[in-house]
Design a protein around this ligand. Sequence first.
Ligand SMILES: *Cc1c(COP(=O)(O)O)cnc(C)c1O
Length: 381
Amino acid sequence: MTNNDKILVARSSMPPFEEYCEEVKELWDSHWLTNKGVKHRQFENNVKEYLDVDQLLLFVNGHSALECILETMDLGKDGRNEVVTTPFTFASTTHAIVRKGLKPVFGDIRKDDYTLDPDKIEGLITERTCAILPVHVYGNICSVDRIQEIADKHDLKVIYDAAHAFGVKRNGVGIGNYGDASTFSFHATKVFNTIEGGAIAHADESLSSKLAQWRNFGIASAEDVVYVGGNSKMNEFAAAMGLCNLRHVDSEIAKRKIVAERYFQNLKDVPGITITIPPDNIQSNYAYMPVLIDPDVCGVSRDVVFEELAKNNIAARKYFYPLTSDFACYTGMFPSSESATPIAKKVSDQVLSLPIYADLAISDVDRICDIVISSSSSVSH
Ligand SMILES: *Cc1c(COP(=O)(O)O)cnc(C)c1O
């Protein structure tokens, strides 16, 4: 990529064109395009193995997976309708809770990894709480042991939004093995994609057929429809894309790692800039490159750095700003984020996600870092 091309925050991984053609060739011959065809079955099995989980189902996208697990666990049916969750996430997490008739109760995040702070959870639990829905944001792993202890003590379900965490491992254990369920996104912009797609990994085997039925209109058999389910099946072309991309995902992550390490090296000692380096026990997927710009030290706000990058044809993103609890569609529904989740508010005001993808040139990383450093140290000393 030349320096004149626009650099976006993410760039979809693509398999070699011929590999995809080869993969979908059979579909022309079979005329079987969706509804658990051969690609779907293979891919479901391959992802399950890759993530090293016991049960896994594919979905049309990560959001449908989230909605479906909330439905299938019958949350809200016993009168308990509150879900403790984080506002520092993509719209999908909070929308899924609200769209299923449940009530998000927002807990603050930790300032070192931006995940839901376990110390803040118990204070939010009431007799109406039914679940905790944390997010492994940027692929950073939540405090899974502490969260499980709290859930066990209060009889709550734990559902992780693992949309950012494909392939992440903690002490060698796949991220999909924590809590009652974890949902993944295979959207084009994620580390691993099926164009659009998603999955649920879940602990309770008895939930598998129920989830499969909810995924397909609640149909149990040709003449027996047992749930008011929607349609969230993955089609054969998406599954074929997944089969191809899965063959390359390890090398894509290895390339991301090289890019990430250059960012760490360039930015870790810059005053006023915070960059998160994964701890030793975590096998990261280097999904995002968030940095915090502290205006008290830098003398300029995150927005100034954002604009300076934009002027240079570099599209960083303010992931995640605003907090979901501050969205226009939720006006008046939740306590102010300044008082309820002050750390999340502060992080969301300071965060900037810099471009990262497998083929991002190191020279471009250096150029991006130079702009970040020069524009964030414009204060005169
Ligand atoms: C991308 C994303 C989702 C939704 O996934 P889709 O596949 O786009 O529907 C959910 N949660 C988070 C945190 C995400 O980033």
